[in-house]
Design a protein around this ligand. Sequence first.
Ligand SMILES: [Zn+2]
Length: 232
Amino acid sequence: MSLRVVGFDIETTHLKANMGHILCAVAQPLDCKPMIWRIDKTPGFGKSAKSFVNDKPMVKGIIEYLSDTADVIVTHYGTYFDLPFVDTRAINWKLNPLPPIAHIDIWKVARKRLALTGNSQAAVCDLVSATHQKYKPGWDVWRKAQYGDRKALNVLTEYCANDVAGLMENYARLRPLILHHPFHSLTAPHACPACASDKTQKRGYRRTKRMRIERIQCQSCGTWFDGGKESV
Ligand SMILES: [Zn+2]
């Protein structure tokens, strides 16, 4: 079975989850339509002061969806923002946090494997000429959204979905640089472990002290991986 790779991003009222809450979130399985959560779709939203900060149903929905749907979560800076934010909100609401799921943080890939002036998503989108470039609505959109302005929430949700679409373009382009990409369970010999494509090509050998190892490159995503090994 192929790995289910899901891009994920949230928009919040504050950078810290004991001060703020989630306004909207987008999870996008690779090559599929995104799943969208927004606070104004929560039952009872706008009917009481409390309802404006009640992200509990969203947090529960996000955790259930990612638990059921994702073998790998892809984020940009999610190690330090999106995932701990969701877990903090879960603990706040006495919900179970996210289960262990493999996570690829494109910010870390950029920092370790590229030489950019900065490792923001905008910088990576620019590098790979992503169709969905990063843009930023004014801060007033976040301010209005937290008071329940539906137009502002529309803008924010569209922004978040564009971010995830750009993120998945960055992931697809940087995939050959991702060290230890979780492996697809493969049936075809020499299929790509990172994307499961069977369009692969043998390209020379690499040597270790005792082994000669076939070097194989995926023609779909560019990932290099090892083929057959023989003692030398
Ligand atoms: Zn591949």
